[in-house]
Design a binder for this molecule. Structure first.
Ligand code: P5A
Length: 447
């Protein structure tokens, strides 16, 4: 993409209304725009990041065998009356009447709808287990929408729903999502600590939330220092192997970690030696629940079991804050100059800076590099504007692409260009050819 043809409304000054760094940087980098309290437009730069995050989430859900569907944002109140949540949900639910005076709502979550879909489609226990998920906008009329898209009213969520015949099988479905979450967040460069959690309006008795540490987090968190030494890399696991999956989950759940609601000082002190007791603040990026037949029973989601009897299914739901993740990644990865995107979610991987637009040799060298990198499948943002060099550098640092490729007449005279790595700021000069090889290898891996 040529910057001269792109739409990236950069702000030089930090907007007053933004209290936390991710919100400030998202506004300054022209990623989002507020339309009303807690409701945002995603501008091109932000939308690219959102799609990258969504795709990682999707790939890791698919890997577990979960199946993607798409349910509507607007729901009828009927099913919610059956589950008893229409009144219980309170003012966070945006209630709407259609022209026929029917009660509708903008879905804050989809337990009722998916349970009804599954009820209609499933006949026998032989069709179990199943996990259906979608990635769809939700609305919650939060009392205090704040911190930009971190706590929005409209936000993008991945929500998955598992259906099993027995509680034991349901536990395996829960554990699969647990492991998928560790993998998903690791791919975005995040260490999300699973913590025991309250179940709130979703209900059930087993629940973990996944939090990343950040001073700006909304929850206080308490955990064992040993989490720092865990294997956070992309480990692989055979999702069909009940024991293997449970083992990974056990490695994490055996260590103490809880957010303020569930924190128990006595237990913390008993289980964790003083030197290893850590506390801080965290941002919740995912939350998983197991609630047995809480929804399947009232909504009649039953199958015929092996001996012919009708059995209400065991189910759980599993959420990831897809839009919140864009902000969470920035909270975890930035410096005073701007965002530092991890490669996997970066909107472009390389920023190409032309230091002298209009100089024939520089323009030609840039055009050649741009074509070669794009051909290699790299997403390049080519700054071909006539802004001065200082402004171009500041903008590139602000938007945080993993690599900057700087091309100017001086270097070209010596036959070199400069490659800057945004994380750490290391700069290297090399021939244009070497720069292409280096960048292709860094982005795409060794040939
Ligand atoms: C699980 C999936 C649920 O709604 N039902 C379906 C369950 N869980 S949850 O914890 O309430 O939400 C799941 C994740 O969504 C993100 N989230 C938000 N993101 C931005 N703005 C909000 N107002 C907001 N509310 C929830 C969080 O990441 C949460 O973990």
């Amino acid at each position: 993409m040529r910057l001269s043809r792109f739409f990236m409304p950069i702000l030089r000054d930090t907007p007053k209304e933004a209290e936390i760094i991710s919100h400030q940087l998202m506004l300054r980098a022209g990623m989002i725009r507020q339309e009303s309290a807690g409701i945002y437009s995603w501008l091109p730069m932000g939308f690219k990041v959102l799609k990258r995050i969504e795709q990682i989430v999707r790939e890791e859900q698919d890997r577990t065998g979960a199946i993607e569907v798409l349910m509507p944002t607007i729901q009828s109140a009927d099913l919610w009356r059956k589950s008893g949540r229409y009144d219980a949900y309170g003012p966070e639910m945006l209630r709407i009447k259609d022209r026929g005076e029917r009660d509708m709502l903008y879905g804050p979550t989809n337990e009722e709808m998916i349970t009804d879909i599954f009820r209609q489609g499933v006949k026998s226990y032989k069709e179990l287990p199943r996990n259906l998920y979608h990635i769809q906008w939700k609305f919650r009329d939060e009392r205090r929408p704040r911190f930009g898209i971190m706590r929005g009213r409209e936000f993008l969520m991945k929500d998955a729903y598992s259906f099993d015949l027995t509680a034991e099988a349901g536990k395996h479905s829960y554990n699969k999502m647990f492991v998928a979450y560790l993998r998903t967040f690791a791919r975005m460069g995040l260490k999300a600590i699973p913590m025991r959690a309250d179940t709130g309006p979703i209900g059930g008795d087993s629940s973990h939330e996944f939090l990343i540490l950040a001073d700006t987090g909304e929850s206080a968190v308490f955990f064992d220092r040993d989490f720092y030494d865990m294997n956070w890399n992309e480990f692989s696991v055979d999702y069909d192997n009940v024991g293997d999956v449970a083992k990974v989950v056990g490695e994490f759940t055996s260590k103490y970690a809880a957010s303020d609601e569930k924190h128990d000082t006595t237990e913390f002190e008993k289980r964790v030696s003083e030197a290893k007791r850590m506390s801080g603040r965290g941002i919740e990026i995912g939350h998983i629940f197991f609630f047995g037949d809480k929804y399947t029973k009232p909504l009649g989601c039953v199958v015929q079991g092996p001996t012919g009897e009708q059995i209400a299914l065991q189910s759980g739901s599993y959420g990831i804050g897809v839009s919140r993740l864009a902000a969470a990644v920035i909270e975890a990865s930035h410096d005073t100059a701007g965002i530092i995107w991890p490669m996997q979610v970066a909107p472009f991987q390389v920023g190409l800076i032309n230091l002298k637009v209009g100089d024939a040799a520089t323009d030609a060298a840039c055009a050649d590099l741009y074509a070669k990198l794009e051909k290699a499948g790299i997403d390049v943002l080519y700054d071909d504007t006539d802004e001065r060099a200082g402004g171009k550098f500041a903008t590139m640092d602000l938007i945080g692409l993993p690599f900057q490729l700087v091309v100017g007449p001086k270097g070209l005279k010596d036959g070199v260009v400069e490659v800057k790595t945004r994380a750490g700021g290391a700069k290297e000069t090399m021939t244009a050819e070497a720069a292409v090889s280096k960048l292709v290898e860094a982005v795409k891996g060794k040939p």
